[in-house]
Design a protein around this ligand. Structure first.
Ligand code: HEM
Length: 421
């Protein structure tokens, strides 16, 4: 075990003594974390950080006006293993990622803008990290550094995911004609610079604090940023399907089809994130996943919320690891969450949704089903490549579990009632 860095301990102790009033020494703590990995932070430093958190929490609850709202969640994520609370949401630092997110009921265009901006930030940051490695000045974590060929491929694939979002929210950064002709050819460095030029102080702090690898291998940076990009996308999808349900109940139920289509589009645009992640070296993943045990995307509330807004999952699925791993989402479903499929069946049978509109909605749902099937198949193939016959980190047997969920449908009613039109 390495000894605690003396200047860092002093900086932290000073901050602690000030009751959290001054600037938190993020740089020192994050540099240390990325040099050794969260799993290997020394006990002495962790104990000091936990003490600082207590001081900070007391100062905040005493109304002493502590200005930095990142410190609390940052320390919770950093101390998750120490607290014995480590899981997928804390591994992916979702609490830090979501700071400043608009309210879930803000309207789908506001939510998509936030999703687009966040994914652009996450991937621009990844491009910056990979470019440092390509230029011969790698930053931590830098163990098992991939070669230039793989790193350049990473830049292209990251760009490919960014382009559609940049076309929507970043005027002039991307040429729509070039993107339509050959996706992924926008110069990665220029695009990343254009994105980061729009970053607020909050964005920069989010990027810095939300990357907390468990070990020292370079590829874990990619793994975390890809998971976070998907999670940001799932959050948008869930909130927009919630809006679709409300729209179906409202004056213009036919407008729900456009919302389902918007959800399909972002999921489709996100599929190359799997190709991007496929550039992770399996031998590298096998080393660092030893320290991610207990954190699995089977605990992704965003994914299960999205799924359970489409239709109510079958009882067997609700009682399997799939939903037992997300108890809050499961409770919402059991409490009778309304779904797109359930609501559309009601509004069609009551005559509230005219048949031509119902046909458009069914076609939109069918498209979402198709893209989700592609998502599951690509995820399955990636898992085969990365873990083969090894078990999952979320208590399942691994690849056989993923094979078993492919046959499930978001909109099972469509099986009996093929889309018209
Ligand atoms: C190295 C890449 C990956 C591997 C090897 C992998 C492997 C697995 C495995 C084995 C499971 C089953 C649960 C378990 O025991 O852990 C699982 C579930 C899941 N994974 Fe991945 N995964 C990978 C990447 C991703 C990514 C990038 C996402 C996007 C967030 C993701 C989302 C999910 C979701 C949502 C589930 C739950 C599926 C369900 O319950 O139906 N995975 N994954």
């Amino acid at each position: 075990m390495e000894e605690t860095d003396i200047p860092l301990s002093h900086e932290l102790s000073d901050w602690c003594r000030s009751g959290g009033a001054g600037d938190f020494p993020y740089d020192g703590v994050i540099d240390r974390l990325r040099a050794v990995g969260k799993h290997f932070l020394d006990e002495e430093l962790l104990t000091l950080l936990a003490k600082c958190r207590t001081v900070f929490t007391e100062a905040s609850s005493g109304g002493e006006g502590v200005p930095d709202t990142f410190v609390g969640p940052f320390l919770d994520v950093l101390l998750d293993k120490f607290d014995d609370l480590y899981d997928y949401p804390s591994y992916t630092a979702l609490a830090l990622l979501r700071r400043g997110a608009p309210d879930g009921r803000s309207g789908w265009e506001v939510l998509r803008r936030h999703r687009d901006r966040t994914v652009l930030m996450l991937l621009a940051d990844l491009i910056g990290f990979e470019r440092n490695a390509l230029e011969g000045t790698p930053r931590n974590p830098q163990g098992m550094l991939p070669g230039a060929l793989l790193l350049n491929k990473r830049l292209r694939l990251a760009t490919r995911v960014m382009e559609p979002a940049a076309l929507r929210v970043l005027d002039g950064a991307v040429d729509p004609v070039v993107v339509a002709a050959t996706p992924g050819r926008t110069p990665a460095g220029e695009l990343a610079d254009a994105v980061l030029a729009t970053a607020t102080a909050g964005d920069r702090l989010m990027l810095r604090t939300s990357l907390q690898p468990v070990y020292v291998l370079h590829d874990e940076y990619l793994f975390l940023r890809v998971l976070q990009s998907f999670e940001t996308t799932f959050a948008f999808m869930s909130a927009t399907l919630d809006e679709a349900v409300r729209t179906l109940r409202g004056e213009q139920p036919g407008e729900a089809a456009a919302l389902v289509a918007a959800v399909t589009d972002v999921l489709r645009e996100s599929l190359p994130l799997f190709s991007l992640l496929a550039t992770m070296q399996p031998e590298s993943f096998q080393v660092f996943r030893q320290f991610t045990e207990g954190a699995s995307a089977i605990q992704s509330e965003g994914y299960k919320t999205f799924e359970s807004y489409c239709s109510t999952p079958a009882r067997a699925r609700l009682d399997s690891f799939a939903f037992l791993s997300v108890p809050d989402v499961r409770s919402d479903v059991l409490a009778g969450r309304e779904t797109v499929q359930g609501t559309w069946e009601n509004v069609i049978s009551s005559g509230w949704l005219p048949e031509p509109d119902a046909a458009v909605l069914r076609a939109a749902a069918l498209q979402l089903e198709g893209v989700h099937q592609r998502w599951k198949q690509t995820h399955y193939r990636l898992a085969v490549r990365m873990i083969g016959t090894r078990s999952g980190t979320g208590s399942t047997e691994g690849v056989p579990y993923l094979a078993s969920v492919i046959s499930q449908r978001l909109f099972p009613a469509m099986e009996q009632q093929p889309a018209a039109g």
